[in-house]
Design a protein. Sequence first.
Length: 574
Amino acid sequence: MTIHDTPDDVRSAPSHFIRNLIEDDLRRGKWGGRVETRFPPEPNGYLHYGHAKSICLNFGLAREYGGACHLRFDDTNPEKEEQEYVDAIIEAVRWLGFDWGPHLYHASNYFPTMYASAEYLIGAGHAYVDSQSADEMRANRGTLTEAGRDSPFRRRSPEENLDLFHRMKAGEFADGTHVLRAKIDMASPNINLRDPAIYRIRHATHHNTGDEWCIYPMYTYAHPIEDAIEGITHSLCTLEFEDQRPFYDWLLDKLAEGGFFPRPLPQQIEFARLNLSYVVLSKRKLIQLVDEGHVGGWDDPRLPTLVGARRRGFTANGFQRFAERIGVSKSDSWIDMSVLEDCMREDLNEAAPRRVAVLDPVKLILTNYAEGQTEACQAPNHPLKPELGKRELPFGRELWIEREDFMEVPSKGYHRLYPGNLARLRYGYVVRCTGCEKDSTGRVTAVLAEYLPDTKSGTPGADSVKVKGNLHWVAASHAYAAEIRLYDRLFAHPYPGARREGDPENLERSFLDDLNPASLSIVTAQLEPCLRNAAPEDRFQFERHGYFVADRRDSRPGTPVFNRTVTLKDSWRR
């Protein structure tokens, strides 16, 4: 198994209850010391941030204990699954840095074993064909406080059930005519043990098996069988499957009795799913955002999909760092989006070279600098990594600076440019502001200043003039204009769609009501010349502005488009 360079806080990962369970199993010699996990996505959509937590947990634990993690597609529902999603899932898991080696599987390849298992359960009296309608089954299922009622077809003989099941497979019946149910206990306090359906009729073409089958196993039936076939030791699921664990154990125990699988059997372990503020992770809601055009597709950088995260510039190491930082627990809790953003900042701060971009440009004219003259200033590629060297920034009479770096009438505590004030051009000279030029509307079109010749950074005496303001800039003669996309959180409220204190009792709030209208703004910025050569997915820190990535879809050679990944942790101090 291979993985990207692992951050320090992953290598020194804290313990949690799943690690403790695995270590106890290893001490007892269970499964002969093997640790095999699996990541089993259904290929009916794109993976999101919650899946990243599960991927890092399953693959990470297998790596730690010298085991293997399987990538398995739970493709048991032909009506919603597509090869497009299979390909996207493979790409996303690889992007996160994990390799499953030879362990790539499809649940649909196990259909013969699942069918044979169902035949055994029928013959052993543990399953029967039910011919009730869906409404009748629902009515007879009971409630949390009331026991269910036996189906009138529950006493069919094994021979009759096998005949009907074979005819279901042969395609004799329409969808919904019959289902195969496990025969357990209609009075069980756990509703999931009240004779759950394990096979249904679906006359639909499957993306992997074509038209070979017209009956398909239910997920809760297929999942434990898949684990047992693959020899999974620790089957890690989110908490919504906790009530299904008794059926998981019941099914595998019955099949072990029939000689299908050896003991010890796979163990299902549940952990809390990711609940992250300022996003929605419901597949239904993500589909709605895409289909209704609230975002620009599944890879929109604002969407909490992994393809969107990659396009935004989030990193695999950042996700691994995040997964370890939030830990694993048995109780649901909310994680603030800032935790994920901080993990990305920490990774990018170490890895991203520094560059200069002026996002809201206004021209600075140095009136005492000779026209046509240029010189080079030296800027480090990374202040924490001197081994990466320096680059040249061209300097001239006309420069682009941020519009907010000039105020004709300064506010209290403002230390940048205003008439009479001194400020340093980072990596360049100290300048004294002398005024500005305006258009007919009063808008500033140029800031005027004089440079102090003996104050160039890196030269003797450069620090003889003390100033408080420090500005970034690019030379107008060498800069180039580029599209910059400034992304913010997609939702303006931490819990999209949740009721607010003081809301009227009859108020119906949609998660769409909390969309952030400022989640995307596009500006034309002036960039230092070397950024023109940025390749798709090259990442940089734009000084003062945060971390940016060259868009992997829209960038072209010589004309990259940059997306803001996250802002800097500390706001710019004036």
